[in-house]
Every structure is written in structure tokens, then in C-alpha cells.
Design a protein around this ligand. Structure first.
Ligand code: AMP
Ligand code: ZN
Length: 471
């Protein structure tokens, strides 16, 4: 397989450190709210990478963190008057539900920053001992210029970065960081402010900087050198650059052999982001659209290309997926008939091998899911033609298995239409419908009734309230 490595800006043949095994670290979300569908892009893309590597016979150790100590979490906790932990635990649980809906496999390990503090403290100590870090008034900074490779991932020149910071002297004073030896230095440990979660350390009661957690947890759960480190492209600088500096300065070995970054999910040409307010949560979208359609939509474009989001584009993806599902359904029905391979069908079995060959070739080319899906459509066209002529149950079974293999096992898009809505989701939609009716938003109320009906749920308005049953 060839992977585009952000570090070398080239597609390179993937060679794991240990034959047959792959260690992948993916930067996970900061858990202060429901995740939006932009956050879901790296989750789906790198889950697909993981599934593909498994399909090629690798044993994959997949580690993805939850950032559970952060300014945004603390702010939210203060707003709601609850401990920060309550916010992070709640949104970790919600994020796991969204991942499950999107058929994203749970990571081998999902470490949480707050549970790894002693290891982070010892990493900071190592960096101080090696003169790569220093303490000032309870804050520990990384001495950026002490690491000669700084800027190699983002292809930034350290002197240009410095000049970018030059008129920042004033800014530093404002932020209280004028104690830094150099404006390029970044925080490894910071003292607590009133009302913030904190831990004892040799320097102050405080908390770790954001970059530190990934350096620490990747080494702990994967090892000194990662095969692949991944995340969204906004993380290249400074987050990943700082992770490299910390890890390589501490361990004197390459931090990661391959760096993969997904491009943004955009809306009206702009990055979808909480801070811009132009986001849709996964929860909102999947209440309206089959999560498998959302997943299929995400994979319809190569991960290094920007992906525009609109409800129409998702609906188009839904129509395309329907074509594959129809074919799958017909194959399933035919396969149940169980008739043996007919004379002359031996040759036709090759169609299934051809699908696999083309699919794998596309995925081998830097995880080109767009081309892989084209190969699936080519197969579906050929199969539909064969079905029209009539094929044996055995051949239908072979085709069906091939389709399930690439679509379900690798792309993670379930083809069967069973999707039964869980009761709590039904109740939630009914409550939303009742609210909509109260607000005289009858269009939305009807939309919800229709949506439920499509999922086989029938509503009955009674004097005691709304009752529902599965049709
Ligand atoms: P955050 O919670 O902001 O740290 O983001 C979690 C992950 O989602 C990171 O890998 C980000 O790069 C990624 N991400 C955030 N917004 C987008 C977006 N609009 N498109 C693609 N990836 C995103
Ligand atoms: Zn990270």
C-alpha cells in the first residue's frame, strides 16, 4: 500500500516496523459537546484505513484519545456549575454512541488525558533533565529551539516562525507568557487558575498542556515509534509539530514513520467548526439520515480533498447507496434459492475477483475510497446485467459475499436494511414532534411522523398522548 506522507509530501510504500503489525495513533476529539460531522470525518476515514489494513491481514493496534482536560471543557463546566469531569464523561459517552451509529470500531485503547497524569509528569521531567524544557513560576515550557527538527512536518522555517512572533512581544505580556525565554516556546505544564481541575506536580498544582497528552499516550499504548500518526489537517501545526518535538527530544527516535491528514469537511466553502457556528452535530444529522448514508457520503471523496457538505449532497449519496443495496438485496434473495453453479458460470465467478482486485488497487493507492467505490458501481452494473439474464443461487452467493466484503467489512457501510430504531430514539423524536406541534411547526411534525413511518414506526395520537408501535 502507498500512503501520502505529510512529512515527505510524497506517496510512499507502507512498510510497518514489525511485519504484519501496525500501530496507529489518531488525535481524538475534545469532549465538551456533541461531535459535529467535521469531527466525524477523521473518525470514519481512519477507521476505514484500519479496516482495510485488517482486510490485508495486518494486526492493528489503534489508539485514539479523548481530550478530557481543556479550557473549553472547563468553560462549559463553569457555565453549567458542574465539575469538569461531569462534562467530559457525558460527552465521551455521547461520542461513543455517535461512533457506534457510524459503525466506527472502538479503538483498541481510548486513553483519556486525566487518567495519564503521572506519565505526563514524568515525560515533562525527562524533557527538563535533557535541557529541552524549563520551569518559570510554576509553568513548564518546551525550549523549541533546542529541537533542531522543529518545523519539519509543517515545512515551516523556524526563523520565519520567529519573525511571525516578533511583534508578539506585546501579546505575550497580555497573556502572561512574557516569562518565556523565546516566543516560540510552548507550554508543557501550567499552574491552575481558581476553579480549575488540577494535579500535584514538582512545579505547581496544575494541568498538562494539550500537545503533551498525545506524545505521552501514543508512546505508552503503541511504543516509541508509531507506524502511522493521523488527524485532521488543522492539527499539522502546531499540534503535531509540537508532539514531534516533545517525543523526539525525549526518546531520541523517530516519532512516527507516516503522517496522514484528512482535509476539511466544509460547508458553504468554509471549514465546519464549532467556533464558526456553521456546524451540524452527528446526532442531528443521523436523526434525519441513515448513518450509513453519512458514512458512505464521507468516503465518496478522497480523504485529502475537501468535502463539501450539504443535505442535497448527502441525499445524492443516499440514492447511490440505494443502487448498491438493491443489488445486494436481489443477490441475497437469489442466493437463498440455493441452486448450484450452472454450466458456464465458472467464468462468471471471476467478476467477484475482479471487484476485489480493483477495489484493493484503489485502496492501495493512498486509501482512494472514491475510486474503490467506482469499482463497486462497475461491479453492480455487471451483476445487474447478469441477474437480468438469470444466475444460480451459488453464483449470487459468491457475488453477495464479495459485495459485503468490500462494502461492509472494509468501508464499514452496512448493506442490509434492517436498521431498527432504538426505543429511546423513537421517544426522543416523538418528544420533538410534540414540541414542534406546540410551536405550530406542523411541517417538522409531519416530517418526523414520516421519518418514523419509513423506519416502520407507526404513531397514534390518543387522549393520553402519543403511542407508537412497530409496524
Ligand atoms: P477537535 O475536537 O477540534 O480537536 O477535533 C477533533 C478532530 O476532528 C481533529 O482530528 C480535527 O482535525 C478534526 N476536525 C475538526 N473539524 C473538522 C472539519 N471541519 N473537517 C475535518 N476534520 C475536522
Ligand atoms: Zn494529538
Amino acid at each position: 500500500m502507498r500512503i501520502f506522507n505529510t512529512m515527505t509530501r510524497q506517496k510512499q510504500e507502507f512498510v510497518p516496523i514489525e511485519p504484519g503489525k501496525v500501530g496507529i495513533y489518531v488525535c481524538g476529539p475534545t469532549v465538551y459537546d456533541f461531535i459535529h460531522i467535521g469531527n466525524a470525518r477523521p473518525m470514519i476515514v481512519f477507521d476505514t484505513l484500519r479496516r482495510y489494513l485488517m482486510h490485508r491481514g495486518y494486526e492493528v493496534n489503534y489508539v485514539s484519545n479523548f481530550t478530557d482536560v481543556d479550557d473549553k471543557i472547563i468553560k462549559r463546566a463553569n457555565e453549567e456549575g458542574v465539575p469538569a469531569e461531569q462534562i467530559s464523561e457525558k460527552y465521551i459517552a455521547e461520542c461513543r454512541k455517535d461512533m457506534e451509529a457510524l459503525n466506527v470500531l472502538p479503538a483498541t485503547t481510548h486513553p483519556q488525558a486525566t487518567k495519564e497524569i503521572p506519565d505526563m509528569i514524568s515525560l515533562v521531567q525527562t524533557l527538563i533533565d535533557k535541557d529541552h524544557a524549563y520551569e518559570k513560576n510554576g509553568t513548564v515550557y518546551f525550549r523549541t529551539r533546542s529541537f533542531s527538527g522543529y518545523g519539519k512536518l509543517s515545512h515551516k522555517n523556524i526563523d520565519e516562525l520567529e519573525s511571525g512572533h516578533r511583534d508578539a512581544a506585546h501579546q505575550l505580556k497580555v497573556s502572561g507568557e512574557d516569562e518565556k525565554e523565546d516566543p516560540l516556546d510552548f507550554v508543557l505544564w501550567k499552574p491552575k487558575k481558581e476553579g480549575e481541575p488540577c494535579w500535584q506536580s514538582p512545579w505547581s498544582e496544575g494541568r498538562p498542556g494539550w500537545h503533551l497528552e498525545c506524545s505521552c499516550m501514543s508512546a505508552k499504548y503503541i511504543g516509541g515509534t508509531l507506524d502511522i500518526h493521523a488527524g485532521g489537517e488543522d492539527l499539522i501545526f502546531p499540534h503535531h509539530e509540537n508532539e514531534i518535538a516533545q517525543s523526539e527530544a525525549a526518546h531520541d527516535q523517530t516519532f512516527a514513520n507516516y503522517w496522514m491528514h484528512n482535509a476539511f469537511l466544509k460547508i458553504n466553502g468554509e471549514k465546519m467548526a464549532k467556533s464558526l457556528g456553521n456546524f451540524f452535530t452527528v446526532r442531528d444529522i443521523t436523526a434525519k439520515v441513515d448513518p450509513m448514508v453519512v458514512r458512505f457520503f464521507m468516503l465518496s471523496v478522497h480523504y485529502r480533498r475537501a468535502l463539501n457538505f450539504s443535505e442535497e449532497l448527502v441525499a445524492d449519496a443516499g440514492t447511490s447507496l440505494e443502487r448498491i443495496r438493491n443489488c445486494f438485496e436481489k443477490l441475497t434473495e437469489r442466493a437463498q434459492e440455493g441452486s448450484p453453479l450452472a454450466p458456464g458460470e465458472e467464468e462468471k465467478k471471476k467478476e467477484a475477483d475482479l471487484l476485489l482486485t480493483k477495489f484493493d488497487a484503489a485502496m492501495d493507492d493512498d486509501l482512494n475510497t472514491a475510486d474503490a467505490i467506482s469499482a463497486v458501481f462497475e461491479f453492480v452494473r455487471a451483476v445487474n446485467a447478469s441477474l437480468a439474464e438469470g444466475i444460480s443461487g451459488e453464483l449470487a452467493g459468491i457475488y453477495r459475499d464479495a459485495l459485503a466484503n468490500v462494502m461492509e467489512d472494509v468501508l464499514g457501510v452496512k448493506l442490509a436494511r434492517e436498521v431498527e430504531l432504538p426505543s429511546e430514539e423513537i421517544e426522543q423524536l416523538i418528544a420533538e414532534r410534540t414540541e414542534a406541534r406546540k410551536a405550530k411547526n406542523f411541517a417538522r411534525a409531519d416530517e418526523i411522523r414520516k421519518l418514523l413511518l419509513e423506519k416502520g414506526i407507526v404513531l397514534e395520537d390518543t387522549r393520553e398522548g402519543v403511542k407508537w408501535k412497530r409496524a
